[in-house]
Design a protein around this ligand. Structure first.
Ligand code: ZN
Length: 419
């Protein structure tokens, strides 16, 4: 009998033979369909044991004709470029490395006229706020910053934490829906993101063939919408919210998009994307700065640093799927040839599963719970097929790939480390 697996995860944990990802990573979905009972597809593997993200990395190196893609990009942009003084493309972002590079290339290399739009984080970090301002001031962009009603955002964060153990969900509504909504509002027909989801295997492999983000990520025509894991009607009743309170979190309807001929694409489909290169580009051209401290749970300082709740977001991912921030970072760098698999394993042993203490008190205050409640909910999120208790401490059953050497500091920091 296999052990019980929550969230519809595969009961057997399989590691990629190249990077450090497992088959437990769920695909990205339209969050308004997400309930506690949702069962998502997860990271795909081929017969040789290579994950989709690594397969895509191989395509980038060997199969894709980047000159042809560049020509396709020129054609696309020529079709949308305006010469009447209007905006012709929306770039959604925080002023982080990827949005900085995307917008800067579009404007200064390809002669487009981007309007940058930002969905504010739950709680800005100082470095996140600074990088947004630098993007505008040093990069040179018009920017529209939208900040959702803080009380509604907190309510949704609390519900998403309680019902889904996914405190970051309210931000996901924003980054997936807001750019498309603003494009329609401003009469702009093109939206450009940076990295394709397939870079991380967050979508089916078939998506690698198209530069477009599927409509289903920001359109939902169902009358049954879910926010924070609750049905819209239930959420409104429970918290006395009206339609207007929830307006920013609503998906688009397909007729709104079709009537507008909206295209939502990834620049990273047309140009070979490398996060490290994006970092250097953003530093040089948009005044981007990394954090002054190492990011908890990993070894880097420049990815996902805008929101004080980022650390908790990645930690919740580690608890639910056994995949933390260090695994993502190291896997991506293995794929891009910056580190070896052995170096990645050493980094995992050191950092994977570290509790994000830096902003924890603020996060708990924001969600409106005490520490005991936090750990109680955290422990309920641990799927039996991933976690077990050893000498009273929670341990991952499969903290490292089977080929990892056993020496060095123990991976899988336990419960006692957290308190
Ligand atoms: Zn892989």
């Amino acid at each position: 009998m296999p052990l019980e697996a929550y969230y519809g995860l595969p009961t057997e944990v399989v590691f990629c033979r190249r990077c450090l990802m497992t088959n437990q990573k769920p695909h990205s979905v339209n969050e308004t369909t997400h309930t506690a009972a949702s069962r998502k597809a997860t990271l795909g593997f081929d017969e040789s044991g290579l994950c989709d993200a690594c397969r895509y990395a191989e395509m980038k190196d060997q199969a894709i004709d980047w000159d042809k893609r560049e020509a396709m990009l020129h054609q696309l942009l020529d079709r949308y470029r305006r010469r009447d003084g209007g905006y012709d493309v929306i770039v959604s972002g925080s002023g982080g490395k990827d949005s900085a590079m995307t917008s800067h290339l579009l404007k200064y290399k390809y002669g487009m006229h981007p309007l940058t739009v930002t969905w504010a984080p739950h709680m800005y970090s100082d470095i996140g706020r600074q990088n947004l301002q630098r993007w505008i001031d040093v990069g040179g962009f018009d920017n529209l910053l939208f900040t959702a009603n803080g009380r509604v955002m907190r309510t949704l964060t609390r519900e998403a934490f309680e019902n889904l153990y996914f405190p970051f969900q309210p931000f996901k509504f924003g980054i997936k829906f807001w750019a498309a909504k603003m494009a329609i509002k401003f009469g702009i027909k093109l939206v450009m993101y940076g990295e394709p989801y397939i870079e991380y295997g967050s979508t089916p492999m078939d998506d690698a063939a198209s530069p477009a983000l599927g409509l289903n990520y920001f359109v939902n025509d169902s009358k049954d919408l879910y926010l924070g894991g609750l049905h819209l009607d239930q959420l409104k009743d429970k918290h006395g919210l009206c339609d207007n309170d929830l307006l920013p979190f609503m998906p688009l309807r397909s007729h709104e998009v079709q009537g507008h001929e909206l295209r939502v694409e990834y620049l990273g489909w047309y140009r070979k994307w490398d996060p490290q290169q994006a970092y250097y580009y953003a530093v040089e051209n948009c005044g981007f700065e990394p954090d002054d401290e190492r990011t908890e749970g990993t070894y880097g300082r420049y990815s996902s640093i805008d929101d004080r709740i980022d650390g908790l977001h990645y930690y919740s991912h580690y608890i639910k799927f056994g995949l933390g921030r260090c695994t993502f970072d190291a896997s991506q760098e293995i794929r891009n040839g910056h580190i070896t698999r052995e170096e990645g394993i050493a980094l995992m042993k050191k950092y994977e599963g570290e509790v994000p203490r830096r902003y924890m008190a603020e996060c708990l205050d924001y969600i409106g719970i005490g520490e005991d409640q936090f750990w109680e909910r955290t422990d309920r999120a641990r799927s039996p097929h991933l976690w077990h208790k050893v000498d009273g401490e929670w341990r991952l059953r499969h903290p490292l790939p089977p080929d990892a050497p056993e020496d060095g500091p123990a991976a899988n920091r336990g419960y006692q480390y957290l308190r």
